[in-house]
Write a new protein. Structure first.
Length: 373
């Protein structure tokens, strides 16, 4: 991320613009635009990918000449502090990057409301994202938001089953489902439903849970007791609201924050496990028959962050991709990120984009300079 964004630092350009100004006939003008830093940026990040989130936020802000106050999540301040040490060692002037550990309700809220902060860039829950917007209203600071998701992952009947099954499992179980883009709603075309559900359930059964430092461990614990309660609460609610558990469905063991990788079927589209972000290793699978209806079903969510499509038919893939309301659509892959690929959300999954050249717009102001000749 730093390498890619460092390349942009020397390529921030404005335009020269030819004016007509019809109400000043005969006058000549020379006009151009400048892209300038916004100023002091507050960046508030979550715990699910602590160092990565810091890099996604810091690199574009610095490449465009801003200064930063970064608040890491309460659970995970150490990588950000170590990065700050390395930044100081690298010779970045004092005061350009400031890492401010603290709680969201105090340190985070104070940054979001502060009159001397020119922009707040936030990654986390949609709920807190809305608080950030309200707090930012005081001085109308700029706001970008990378929020939650309930991303659809769609397997068409002509998909390569092995690739789609492994892909669907990775989409939900990577990082224990603690991913904003987790493929948590799995839609499978009818003829393949049993095969794909059984395949993903088989992978779930084979995942070895355990402490991260133990050799052979494939999935560790969730981040906290709070997250354990939240995810197991959703498992209970899914059962109460009539979903059937194919595999998993509860806490793993008596100690630690381990949750079994879980596949649910038969959940009604109006139930909480289908509508709300669980942020754990829990996927809800549903069959569909009609390709014309699947985009509407996939879009039946307040979120719009990621989506997956698995098919060997390139026309169907791109036709469906254009109908999905999400910031990223992966075809025959999932969770592929690149510094050059813009990332962000439609609808309540966020405002603005991170990465790619799109992020430069989120960290610069445009100034128009107009001279009469
Ligand atoms: P969160 O509450 O949204 O926290 C994200 C960041 O915002 C943390 O640094 C947090 O501080 C801070 N924060 C909390 N309240 C704030 C406020 N009023 N003003 C300013 N900053 C505030 O997320 P979480 O508690 O870590 O997790 C809760 C849920 O959020 C998860 O279950 C998941 O659904 C979602 N989530 C989404 C993402 C994503 O990438 N989209 C990432 C993580 C979590 P603290 O350090 O005090 O928490
Ligand atoms: Mg928190």
């Amino acid at each position: 991320m730093f390498h890619y964004m460092a390349g942009w630092a020397t390529k921030i350009e404005g335009n020269t613009i030819t004016l007509s100004v019809p109400y000043m006939p005969g006058a000549g003008f020379h006009a151009y635009t400048l892209r300038e830093p916004i100023g002091v940026i507050a960046q508030i990040i979550p715990w699910n990918f602590p160092l990565l989130m810091a890099a996604w936020k810091l690199a574009p802000a610095l490449a465009t000449g801003n200064t930063v106050i970064l608040k890491p999540a309460e659970q995970t301040p150490l990588t950000a502090l170590r990065l700050a040490e390395l930044i100081a060692e690298a010779g970045i002037p004092d005061g350009v990057v400031n890492v401010l550990p603290g709680y969201g309700e105090s340190a985070g809220a104070a940054l979001a409301a502060h009159d001397d902060v020119d922009k707040v860039a936030f990654t986390g829950s949609t709920e807190v994202g809305k608080l950030i917007v309200q707090a930012a209203a005081g001085n109308l600071k700029k706001v970008t938001l990378e929020l939650g998701g309930k991303s659809p992952n769609i397997v068409l009947d002509d998909a390569d089953p092995d690739i789609a099954i492994q892909g669907a499992a990775n989409a939900i179980f990577f990082n224990h489902g603690q991913c904003c883009v987790a493929g948590s709603r799995l839609f499978i075309q009818e003829d393949r439903f049993d095969q794909v559900v059984e395949g993903v359930a088989g992978i779930a059964r084979g995942i070895k849970l355990g402490p991260g430092l133990e050799p052979g461990t494939q999935m560790g614990p969730l981040v906290s007791d709070e997250q354990l309660q939240r995810v197991t609460g959703y498992l209970d609610s899914g059962r109460d609201e009539g979903a059937h558990t194919v595999v998993g469905g509860s806490r793993h063991g008596e100690q630690g924050y381990f949750v079994q990788p879980t596949v649910l079927i038969g959940a009604h589209p109006s139930t909480k496990v289908v509508r709300e972000e669980i942020f754990g290793p829990v996927v809800v699978a549903s069959p569909f028959s009609d390709l014309d209806q699947i985009a509407a079903e996939a879009n039946d969510t307040t979120y719009g962050l990621g989506a997956g499509i698995w098919t060997r038919d390139i026309s169907k893939a791109h036709a469906l991709a254009s109908r999905i309301r999400a910031g990223t659509v992966w075809i025959n892959c999932y969770n592929v990120f690149d510094a050059a690929l813009p990332f962000g959300g439609y609808k309540q999954s966020g405002w603005g984009r991170e990465m790619g050249h799109e992020v430069l717009e989120a960290y610069t102001e445009v100034k128009a300079v107009c001279t009469q000749l």
